[in-house]
Design a protein around this ligand. Structure first.
Ligand SMILES: [Ca+2]
Ligand SMILES: [Ca+2]
Length: 179
């Protein structure tokens, strides 16, 4: 694995370890899903339930790929291996989570997400607000829709985050803030 991909996986691991105990486990995903759903007041809606379900599906996919000893915990090395496997099936294993996150942030359902709502999701998963704002600007700078983000743009950047080794693609590398 290249150094850049390694840095991105490290960044993702530190965010996914929401309770900061050094391993990722189901409780991290429950914690993170709860924070995101609460940020939009969607605790008892179908949108919120879908997001929480997709969070757990993502966790199960990681666990299936990585948790060889079946203890329900994934450390950093296991995560690296799991993520590269899961990334090969981005559309089915990872994409639905981003899709559900986009629907949550697209409060009015017009297919576009504004900066404030984008920042709200990323702050809920642990990215500092200024870094989330800069990530939004990089994304929308390449595909401007009245300063709002399209789902296609987000999905493309997310897929690249998991896979791309091209150092020029800063919009996706820095999707989750500084590496
Ligand atoms: Ca943890
Ligand atoms: Ca919208």
């Amino acid at each position: 694995m290249g150094a850049l991909l390694d840095q991105k996986y490290e960044r993702l691991f530190s965010l996914l370890d929401a309770n900061g105990d050094g391993v990722i486990a189901e409780d991290d995903f429950e914690l993170m899903a709860g924070r995101v759903v609460a940020a939009f007041g969607e605790e008892s809606s179908a949108k919120g339930a879908t997001y929480a379900d997709e969070m757990l599906n993502y966790w199960r996919a990681l666990r299936e790929a990585a948790d060889a000893d079946g203890d329900g915990r994934i450390d950093k090395d296991e995560f690296r291996q799991a993520l590269s496997q899961v990334s090969d099936h981005f559309d089915t294993l990872v994409g639905p989570l981003y899709e559900a996150g986009f629907q949550l942030a697209d409060r009015d359902g017009d297919g576009l997400v504004g900066k404030e709502d984008f920042i709200a999701v990323f702050v809920a998963i642990g990215v500092p607000a200024p870094e989330a704002g800069a990530a939004f600007d990089r994304l929308t700078g390449q595909d401007r829709q009245d300063g709002q983000l399209t789902k296609g743009r987000l999905m493309a950047a997310a897929a690249q985050f998991y896979r791309s080794e091209d150092p020029g693609d800063t919009a996706s590398h820095l999707l989750y803030g500084a590496l």
